[in-house]
Write a protein that binds this ligand. Structure first.
Ligand code: ASP
Ligand code: MG
Length: 436
């Protein structure tokens, strides 16, 4: 067996790197679980940094003042760096001074914000700025892990190659595999010592010109799967602040249960319907190469978590999935014609162009309704595209509930006291849209 196929991929999300204590906990998990095997660590931005960078970018792009918000992000990272420096003295970095690497990264971020080219679209500019959260956190995690004795620790920038679909780069698999082989796999040459590589999740770059792209919000799970696929890793572990894959969000449903073991197929469907525990694109590459995915708690690293792999299991407890910020759009043909394939083709084309994803749809004789994630900018674009041919109404601020593996009791529990604006059921899934 070569070093590469004993490789484990660990993904740590924002909550698991939110401050120095969290990063020190991450270090302990690595020390106690890696057991001398090669490890690739994929990290998200610290805490709520991505939201903060989104806000800063929006202010900068629309030529408003962002200095206070940027200073807060900078102070937050410097504080974590200082706290880490005190806990883990470094031979070259003076804990009483700012880490020069971090200073340089913030200089670069400030430069990008000050020089947003007006010729770039909003979405392209977004990727150049918002990707910085992962660049910063991966550096700080790398810094902390260099203090592990008997380990060779490396840091790598993104090696994922995409097309230029800003904010949702489509992976160029062959190029990515080549780049990952050269940039990461070659570092794992077996020489007895533990090799640990830290890299940024969520971030990619365009095939020919290397401009930065991102893979979509919460996309670092997907990054971990891409790395695992390309490196033919033995397994992937996503470290979260929950005990594993649960039947519902325990903050909303305190009686949520953990699935100890679940198939790829079931998990793909749950993620597709919006279970926030895993990014929906994560499962396919893993299922294709039969790489098991573990979801474990960084707060209780000894607990079993959930194992997602190729398996058969009896019927599962119903899963409740709630998607917020939904928008219900309905289209009527202006000439009161029936909704035809030709009409639908125009509507679908416009939805794709405005990059609005359909979460649920329903057709009647003279109208067609879809439920999508709400974005003011994208909905306005859609309305403009269809204004000539359709009368479009929309309602925002809605909720979309999905019950997977539903039964009468679970439907009654969730629908009680709610006015359902749209409802649909298949043999295994019950979905409805209602007011928030
Ligand atoms: N930092 C990014 C986000 O918050 C990506 C991720 O966390 O997976 O969306
Ligand atoms: Mg996250």
């Amino acid at each position: 067996m070569t070093a590469a196929n004993q490789l484990q991929v660990y993904k740590f999300g924002g909550a698991s790197v939110k401050d120095a204590a969290a990063i020190l906990n991450l270090k302990r998990i690595v020390e106690t679980t890696a057991q001398g095997r090669p490890l690739l660590i994929v990290v998200s931005a610290m805490g709520k940094t991505t939201n903060a960078l989104e806000e800063i970018f929006d202010l900068a792009y629309t030529e408003r003042d962002y200095s206070t918000q940027l200073a807060a992000v900078e102070m937050y990272h410097n504080q974590v760096s200082t706290d880490l420096g005190k806990a883990l003295p470094h031979p070259y970095i003076n804990p009483n001074e700012l880490d020069p690497e971090l200073v340089a990264l913030f200089k670069e971020l400030a430069y990008r914000l000050a020089n947003l080219s007006p010729s770039k679209t909003y979405d392209e500019g977004y990727d150049q700025v918002v990707s910085f959260g992962e660049t910063l956190s991966s550096y700080l995690v790398y810094y902390a892990l260099t203090s592990i004795s008997n380990a060779n620790v490396y840091h790598r920038g993104s090696t994922i190659v995409t097309d230029a679909t800003w904010r949702e780069g489509k992976v160029h698999w062959e190029e990515t595999e080549k780049k990952i082989r050269a940039g990461i796999q070659d570092l794992f040459l077996p020489n007895g010592d533990t090799h640990i590589i830290v890299t940024e999740g969520f971030v990619g770059s365009v095939k020919d010109d290397h401009r930065t792209t991102t893979l979509g919000r919460e996309g670092s799970d997907y990054s971990a799967a891409i790395f695992a696929y390309c490196l033919r890793a033995e397994s992937v572990t996503i470290w979260k602040d929950v005990a594993g894959l649960l039947s519902a969000d325990p903050k909303l449903f305190p009686d949520a249960v953990r699935y100890p073991e679940i198939s790829y197929q079931e998990t793909i469907e749950m993620a597709y319907y919006g279970a926030s525990v895993i990014h929906p694109k994560t499962l396919k590459p893993l299922a294709e190469r039969g790489i098991p995915l573990r979801v474990r708690s960084f707060l209780d690293p000894g607990a079993p978590g959930t194992l997602i792999h190729n398996c058969q299991h009896p019927a599962l407890a119903p899963a409740f999935i709630r998607k917020t910020e939904q928008c219900l759009l309905s289209f009527e043909s202006k000439d009161f014609a029936f909704i035809s394939e030709e009409n639908l083709e125009v509507i679908f084309g416009a939805l794709a162009q405005a990059r609005l994803k359909i979460n649920l749809m329903q057709n009647s004789a003279i109208s067609f309704s879809v439920c999508t994630d709400f974005s003011e900018r994208r909905v306005q674009q859609l309305l403009a595209l269809l204004a000539g041919q359709f009368r479009t109404h929309y309602n925002a601020g809605l909720l979309l509930f999905t019950i997977k593996n539903y039964d009468a009791a679970s439907v009654a529990r969730l629908t009680a006291g709610r006015e359902l604006l749209l409802e649909q059921r298949t043999r295994s899934t019950f979905q409805f849209v209602c007011r928030g």
